[in-house]
Design a protein around this ligand. Structure first.
Ligand code: PGA
Length: 388
């Protein structure tokens, strides 16, 4: 513990009460387990083992009633365990109290960070860094215009976007994805705080590939983003998981940022294989890519795309949280904690807020509604996160 800081008396008043209360209910086994982590001067690889143990303990002991919170806390503890070793016991007790008292994970996490940021300046930089990376998954909203629009319509939509009042760029990142032929005009006319994205690109360097558009061309036009693996391309144009993985790898290698789409069909969901499907789609990317910092993962259940049948917040949260667990187990805790997982499928101005409030929903990929003024309301739903 840093000198001069008392977790109980220095905590904001609203938590003092909760911490005292919870201490009385602490299970002896749990506390005994925590005490085993206060070993000083362990070599780094041992800390790693302890981190994993701590993580497992958190999951098993602390948050049994709420699976959703436990998923997030897994990433949280994995990131923080190492640098918090001096306060290991206090941390465990503190988190326990906080998360029992405040069921909303994001809210609890913000408060936890605020508290940590008040700790001696020695640790401030680490906390700021981790705060940014762990809960700094900036809300992302993509507008996928698909194969729609005329020259006149495109200008009208861009006008609406340009006039829309939306949260600032540090709250939400927006990317508009018109068909290839309109990319230059949209890029020229669109407000500078919105990015432009292509809807696809070729799997390797351009050349004799009739009808294709290469990543190099997009970069040449100053287009920073590309959507890859959309279900309409997977299903109608037979793009395999492997092809999509190769495309993601090549686009990233050229410096593009990628919105990579995954999602199950209705038959797959009804057969109970949703997670297998999205995991193998994600695996084909993970096998080819190690740096995920320029990937946004879009979960778009095929049965929800263009059908008016939006996933319920619980359905979306469940898959997003499972995907994050998958990333945690198969890439790294950092990738799991920082990769934005956005939802797509029949999203509109009316249903976006409830979905945005889900802890693992980091934004949206919007089809039909991105052609309408309500797209502005969808962008505004980022505020839900900010105020969480
Ligand atoms: P939708 O499409 O919003 O029209 O359902 C979403 C998408 O395909 O990205």
């Amino acid at each position: 513990m840093p000198k001069g800081y008392d977790f109980i008396s220095d905590s904001p008043p609203m938590y003092r009460q909760s911490r005292h209360t919870t201490f009385e209910h602490d299970s002896h086994t749990a506390l005994a387990k925590l005490h085993t982590f206060t070993v000083d001067d362990l070599p780094p690889h041992k800390w790693r083992n302890h981190m994993y143990e701590f993580e497992a303990w958190l999951q098993a002991e602390m948050l049994k009633p709420n699976a959703q919170v436990s998923t997030d806390l897994t990433q949280f503890s994995a990131r923080f365990g190492g640098i918090l070793r001096d306060w290991w016991i206090s941390l465990g007790e503190y988190i326990q109290a906080l998360f029992i008292q405040i069921p909303d994970f994001n809210q609890a996490l913000y408060l936890l960070y605020d508290e940590f940021c008040r700790l001696p300046h020695l640790y401030e930089d680490q906390f700021r860094y981790h705060r940014q990376t762990t809960i700094g998954r900036k809300f992302f909203v993509g507008g996928n215009w698909k194969c729609n629009g005329t020259n006149e319509e495109v200008k009208k939509i861009v006008n609406v976007l340009n006039e829309g009042q939306v949260p600032s760029q540090d709250v939400v990142e927006v990317a508009i994805s018109p068909p290839f032929v309109f990319l230059p005009v949209v890029k020229d006319l669109l407000r500078p705080d919105f990015h432009v994205a292509a809807q696809n690109c070729w799997v390797k360097k351009g050349g004799a590939f009739t009808g294709e558009v290469s990543a190099e061309m997009l970069l040449n036009l100053g287009i920073p983003w590309v959507i890859l693996g959309h279900s309409e391309r997977r299903l109608i144009l037979n793009e395999s998981n492997e092809l999509v993985g190769d495309k993601v790898k090549y686009a990233l290698s050229q410096g593009l940022k990628v919105i990579a789409c995954v999602g199950e069909t209705l038959e797959q969901r009804e057969a109970g294989s949703t997670m297998d499907v999205v995991a193998s789609q994600t695996k084909a990317i993970a096998e080819r890519v190690s740096d995920w910092s320029n990937i946004v993962l879009a979960y778009e259940p095929v049965w929800a795309i263009g059908t008016g049948k939006v996933a319920t917040p619980a359905q979306a949260q469940e898959v997003h949280s499972e995907l994050r667990k998958w990333l945690h187990a198969n890439t790294s805790p950092e990738v799991a904690a920082t990769t934005r997982i956005i939802y797509g499928g029949s999203l509109n101005g009316a249903n976006c807020k409830e979905l945005a409030a889900q802890p693992d929903v980091d934004g949206f990929l919007v089809g039909g509604a991105s052609l309408k003024p309500e797209f502005i309301d969808i962008i505004k739903s980022a505020e839900v996160k900010k105020n969480a």
